[in-house]
Structures are given as C-alpha cells and as structure tokens.
Design a protein around this ligand. Structure first.
Ligand code: PGD
Length: 758
C-alpha cells in the first residue's frame, strides 16, 4: 500500500509479522531514509500510553526543576484528557490565553490532514487563541531579510520559487555556491518528495559543462555529480569573500553599472563601505584572504571570471543559520547585483540550493489544506527565542523593527517538534523548561522533549493512520494508507484534540462534526473544486484513494526570479520602499541595530576561528545525512552511520593526531556551555581546524559527570543567541569547541530508554 513521508514515497506491507517498505515506483531515485521506519515504529522508545510526570501529579502545576529527571505515572486516556482540559481552562481563566504558548515549532510528519502544526493551532484557536511563533529554525534570517532587500514578492520568487536545475543547466556557465550544494539535504522536503531527481538534476549541470565552485569548510558540501571545485573557506567568512569579489568588480571596472543604476538603491553606501570609507578598511581580496583563508589571487581571478561568464551566485541556508546570518543574504544579492545578471534565466542570485529537496524543482499549485481558524491572541515570538521567552517574561526585545516584550507563559503545548533536538544551548533550555506551570507534548517517542513534559500523550505515526501527502513542487499527491495498527494506546493528534474539545465544549467548532476520514474526503473535495475553478480536472476522491496517487495539476517551471522587474522596473517595481533592490535599506538602517546596519557588512562573529578563545576548533553542526533532523534516530539507516551507537564527529587527520586521537575513538567535545561524547572519523574532506558533528542524535544527559550528552547532540555546545535584532533567527550551525580523547570505558547511550515508570 502506498505511503509518503518528508523523505519520500514508499510502498509498505506486513510480511511474516514485520513491516516491509519498498521504494514507490513513481520515485526514480528513492532515498535510503525510507528504511528507518521499519525498526523504529515498534522500538522500545515508543510512548505506549498517556503518562503524567510524578512531580506534576503530586504537587500540581508550577515551576519545577525536576523536569527532565522525574519519573512518570501511567494514566488512562480519560484521566489524561480530564487533567489537561482542566489545566488549559485554569490557565486561560487565571492568566489569559496569551499564557498558553502553542508555537510548537517542528517538522512533525507528512500528511495534509494530520499535520501536527495545523491541528494544534486549529485546536488552540477554538479555545481562545495562544501565543504563536513566527519564522523557522531553517531560514529565519532569509524570511526576514530578503523581503527587506527585494520586497515580499521578489523575496518569495528568489527564495521559494527559484530557478530550476534544468534552467541553470541550459543558461549558466558558472555557479558560485557559498555553502555548497549538499546532496543529502536534497533527499527531504516538508510534506513529501514523491519523486527524487537529485542525481539527474545535478548531473545535468556537469553534462552541460556548468562550472561549479563550492565555498565550504566541507568538501562533500558539493554533491559529487557537480564535479565542483572545492574552496575550503574558514567557517563564517563567506561574507568577507563576497564583499571582496564585489570590491574587485567595482575597482576593476567590471561592475555592471547600468544594472546597478537602474535597478538598485544604495550603491553609494555600499561602495563607500567597500572602499574603507566607513571603517578605514578596504574590502580587498587581501583583506578577505586574511579572514577566510582563500588566497587573494583566487578571489580576484574568480571575480573576473564571474563578470565574464553567465553566473549564478547561490548561498545556502546554513550560512544564515549563524550569528549575523542576515549578512550572507545581503552580500550575496549585492554581489549578484554588481554582476548585473539578476532576472535573467539561470543567473543572478539563488538561495537554498542543496538546503532542501524542493529547491530547483518545478513548483506546484495549491494543495488540500486544513483551515486553522483565527487566533484571538496577537502575541508572538520569533521561534528561536523560546528559552528567552520562558526565562524572561515581560522583558523587551527587538525584532524586525519592532520593540516587543515576552509574554508570561504558564503552559507550553508542543506537538510535532523536538526542542531538545532543535534548540541551542540545551542546558539553558532545560532551565527555561523548568519555569512554566505545565508542559504538554503529543509524541510517538520518548524524545528529549517528551522527557521534559508533564503530560505526555502518545501520538500515532503516519503509518498508523490514513492521510494524503504532497510537498511543494511534488509531482504526485499520495494516498497515505494505514500500514500497521497504532502501537500501544497511541492516538491521532486529531482525536486527542477532539477529546479535549469535547471536554471544553468546543467539539463542534473543532471537528465540524467530521471524523478523520470524513475530513480527508472533505479537504480533497474542496481542493478538487478549487482545482476545477483553475481549469484542472482531477479525479474524485474514491478514484484517487483506490489508485494510491494522482499526478498533481499545475506543476510548472518557475519564471526566472525578478524577470518581470528586470524587463520593466517602472511597470513592475519591487515591493521595497524604493521599488528597487535595496543594497542599502534606509528602513533597516533606521532601526539602529548595530548587528544589522542596513547594507552588507562583515561583522566578526563572537565564535569563529579568528576569535581569541580557549576553544580552538570550529564546530559545524549541520543537518544529518541519515535521517531527517532527530526523526527515527534509532532506525537502521541512521544507526548504521553511528560508531558503536554513538554519533560520528568528523575531523581532519592532522587535528586528530595532534590530540592523540585515532579513528573510532570516543572523544569529548566541550566548551563553556557543555560537552558531548561522539566517535571520531578522520577525513581530509574537512578543512583543518574544523570539526563536523551533525544534529539529530537524541539528547542523552544520563551521565552528567561524563558529559552533558553522552550520545552526540551538538546543541549542548551551540549558543542561544539570535542572528541579529533584525531576524532573531537560529544560530545553531557554528560554535567554538575543544576536542579531547575520552579515557576509560564510555558510558552506555540511554537516549532511547523510556524514563523510570514507563
Ligand atoms: P524533528 O526531529 O523533525 O526536529 O527541528 P524539529 O523539531 O522539526 O522533530 C519532529 C518531532 O515530531 C519528532 O520528535 C517526531 O517524533 C515528532 N512527530 C512526527 N510526527 C508526528 C505526529 O504526527 N504527531 C506528533 N505529535 N509528533 C510527531 C528541526 C530544526 O532543527 C530545523 S528545521 C533546523 S533547520 C535547525 N537546524 C539546526 C542546525 O543546523 N544546527 C543546529 N545546531 N541545530 C539546528 N536545529 C534546528
């Protein structure tokens, strides 16, 4: 039977009592990630029934530092829902709905109906609203900065539609990829990626003779098919290289002046800055070489080549997931503007290639979608400021030109996310989670988040329920058939909320009188009608469900971003205050943020290889290759990438030898914020002075005497600060650390063990 996931479509069946999954015939390049679910779904880490934390049950709601180390008491579903509905009611009566934090960030699972975020937001809206979160952990700086530079629609075109790989292959000579084009990230996309074309898309570029230059501390950040030239840049210094490239264009008369004059504002400020007119430092190739380790001659030669060729400048999302991440966007667009090729097919500026599977793919029309209703609470936080919110209620902070203050949160409700995977500085987060009166989670597994909650409600996995799935740009809508019965007493998020809604007298408003299967049919029928209005005939629900999939109508190659604007900037101005590309934004400058002054600048991060620090190695905490984030970490494909069950840290052989470390050794990575154990793989595919420990290993603080996490979760080391006052985005990609060999028997990994009493 057909099914779908963020990492691909598959066909599943139960054979000899075991779930077997096979690639779906519609997928030409299936991802090995589909196999993770077979071992994971009946794993001992499943939450088998509702649980309440003992301290909360015995002492009632209130701040509690035992969260994370307490035992749990099993309760019936009725008891759990009675307790929770009464607590939601107490909080909204005593403190108002803004005291309920339902931002609940996370990827959850694929499926248009059982989409965890839609379900929780819809439910909380029916009971009077909640404090929400805005932006995301992936690309908050992009979401906020690109509309400032290119206007909302222009930013959307560049960011969400982009240029397809096919258009690049046909129209481009040179791709200069800051942050590379990481192949493993291309296997996943939110909502689904029913047909992977990664290998053929990328090989299409090299077959067409497109030259790719990859700036990254990691050689394998450029997919092998691209046959890219690797420039091993010092982490966090790409902006300096981009500025120096622009300096060469300006000073050697290679800049496309007519483009800059006609389509941009702010070139005077930019050029003053580049020449040193603002800080006395000219942004020359020699200056950038001193920061980035890229030879000055190489920068100059590249600038000349870029000006002479049909060139696309791309920046990856990872570059903006660091302190001052906004600058990689501003500097990238500035460089592309001086090249003057923005708006032409396959050229100009691109963003997120190699960051997500749907970048560079055709775009689709609307998909069946569950309405979330209206939130009566206006409070929100940028999602990565969760710990600040919990630790500093009432305190002011800046965000995108606004002075806001953190609400006083009494109840945190999380569905479909794992902050003890995704947030930075987990010791601080643990402190933050001790503050609210009550923490609630729906989770299939005993993740770090579940182990810090007071009420833990077992949720089904997609394979235990029926849904339909497709992501943005997916060619197919897949019927997601139930493959196995729910494990233990797990319930669908929808049914959990329906049970709460019943107790809170809003059942009709939440369910509209429908069961899950009636909702599926209704969402599909509504979508079918709106498709018909757009001129697309799609089969009825029963035909779709029986067939297992339908081709999605309206899939199209995106127009080259900003091509309309290029064709006629007066007729099609951008949505910026000037109507043009804002190389300098007087609006942002007017905010007066020292960490985001309003045009592209090099700002020295607090943690990078040039900083004076007791911690000499630059950690790259990037996305894992063998799973999506922390999902199904115990699956077979994920486990095969670990070394003796511990996460793998990669480092250069010279750095390893200098510390007496051999391949396979367990090491301790540490800094002032914490420490973790991991097992070493040495490789020359990494720049010296850099270590790579991907995210995704479930948090295991079981032996704090040895390390804050003995499994290898890098977020015990990363820092919990926003990108800048503009976007306040996640900065989890970089940190400074030291690495030493762990002496003695390493402690066992207990990350997957349920807490005591479960
Ligand atoms: P996931 O592991 O996908 O991570 O953070 P995110 O929280 O999205 O968590 C989803 C959770 O939802 C899992 O625990 C899963 O079991 C649960 N779940 C799945 N399906 C369902 C369901 O149907 N119902 C319910 N109730 N639960 C479900 C990802 C985030 O991490 C992201 S997007 C990025 S880009 C960030 N990247 C970095 C980074 O580069 N570096 C660092 N250091 N940290 C990062 N964190 C961020």
């Amino acid at each position: 039977m057909t099914h779908s996931s963020h990492w691909g479509a598959f066909v599943g069946s139960v054979e000899d009592g075991r779930l077997v999954v096979r690639p779906h015939p519609v997928d030409p390049e299936p991802s090995p990630l589909i196999s993770n679910v077979t071992d994971a779904y009946r794993h001992r880490s499943r939450v088998l029934r509702p649980f309440v934390r003992r301290g909360w049950l015995e002492s009632g709601p209130g701040p509690d530092s035992r969260r994370g180390s307490d035992s749990y008491v099993p309760v019936s579903w009725d008891r759990a829902l009675d307790l929770l509905s009464a607590e939601l009611d107490r909080v909204r009566r005593l403190h108002g709905n803004s005291a309920i934090f339902g931002g609940s960030y996370g990827w959850g699972s694929a499926g248009r109906f059982h989409h965890a975020q839609s379900q929780i937001h819809r439910f909380l809206n029916t009971i009077g609203g909640y404090t929400r979160s805005v932006n995301n952990y992936s690309n908050a700086a992009s979401e906020v900065t690109l509309p400032r530079i290119l206007g909302p629609a222009g930013g959307y075109q560049v960011f969400r539609q982009g240029t397809s790989w096919r258009t690049i292959a046909a129209n481009t000579d040179l791709v200069v990829a800051f942050g590379g084009v990481r192949r493993t990230n291309l296997a996943v996309a939110p909502g689904g990626i029913s047909a992977h074309h990664t290998g053929s898309d990328l090989a299409g570029l090299s077959d067409a003779g497109v030259e790719v230059v990859s700036f990254s501390p990691l050689a394998d950040d450029a997919a092998a098919e691209l046959k890219a030239r690797w420039v091993p840049v010092v982490p966090g210094t790409d902006v300096a290289v981009m500025l120096a490239l622009t300096w060469v264009l300006v000073t050697e008369g290679l800049a496309n002046r007519s483009f800059v004059d006609r389509y941009t504002v702010g070139s005077a400020q930019v050029e003053k800055y580049l020449s040193g007119g603002m800080d006395g430092v000219a942004k020359t190739p020699e200056w950038a070489a001193g920061l980035s380790g890229v030879p000055a001659a190489e920068i100059s030669a590249l600038a000349r080549k870029m000006a002479a060729r049909r060139t696309l400048v791309t920046t990856s999302w990872s570059l903006q997931r660091i302190q001052y991440g906004e600058q990689s966007l501003w500097a990238g667009v500035t460089l592309a503007a001086y090249l003057g090729q923005i708006g032409l097919p396959g050229r100009g500026f691109g963003h997120g290639y190699g960051s997500i599977g749907d970048a560079g793919r055709p775009v689709s029309g609307p998909l069946p979608t569950l309405r979330q209703g209206r939130n009566a609470v206006s409070d929100f936080i940028p999602c990565a400021r969760i710990a600040d919110m919990l630790l500093h209620p009432g305190e002011p902070y800046d965000y995108n030109g606004r002075r806001l203050s953190y609400p006083d949160t009494r109840l945190v409700y999380w569905v479909g996310g794992n902050p003890f995977h995704h947030h930075q500085d987990l010791r601080r987060l643990t402190r933050a989670f001790s503050r609210p009166d009550t923490v609630v989670v729906h989770e299939p597994f005993w993740t770090g988040m579940a182990k810090h909650a007071d009420l833990v409600l077992p949720a089904t996995l997609t394979i235990e329920r029926e849904d339909m799935g497709a992501g943005r740009g997916d060619p197919y809508l897949l019927a997601m058939r139930r493959l196995v019965p729910p494990v233990g007493e797990a319930r669908d998020d929808y049914d959990i909320f329906a049970g709460l809604a019943e107790r809170m007298d809003v059942r009709e408003a939440f369910t509209e009188g429908r069961t899950s299967s009636e909702w599926l049919r209704s969402l599909y029928d509504n979508w079918r009608e709106s498709s018909a209005r757009r001129g697309h005939d799609v089969p009825d629900f029963d035909s779709f469900w029986t067939a297992g999939q339908i081709e999605l109508p309206g899939l199209r190659e995106p127009e080259p971003p900003l091509s309309d604007f290029r064709a006629d900037p007066e007729e099609n101005p951008l949505g910026t205050p000037s109507g043009r590309i804002e190389l300098f934004s007087s609006t942002v400058a007017g905010f007066g943020y020292p960490d985001c002054p309003g045009h592209a600048v090099w700002l020295e991060p607090e943690e990078w290889l040039g900083a004076v620090s007791a911690y000499p190695l630059a950690l790259i905490a990037n996305q894992p290759a063998r799973k999506l984030h922390s999902q199904l970490d115990m699956g077979s494909h994920s486990m095969a990438g670990k070394i003796d069950g511990r996460e793998r840290v990669r480092m250069h052989p010279v750095d390893a030898a200098a510390r007496g470390i051999a391949d396979g050794d367990v090491v301790r990575l540490f800094n002032d914020r914490g420490s973790c154990l991991a097992a070493v793989e040495s490789t020359v595919d990494i720049r010296r002075g850099v270590v790579q420990l991907s995210t995704g290993a479930w948090y295991d603080p079981s032996r704090p005497d040895v390390a804050s996490c003995v499994h290898g979760n890098p977020n015990v080391l990363t820092t919990d600060r926003g990108t800048s006052a503009l976007a306040q985005g996640c900065t989890g990609q970089h940190a400074l650390v030291q690495v030493e060999r762990h002496v003695g028997e390493p402690p066992p990994v207990r990350a997957y063990d349920p807490p005591a009493g479960c």
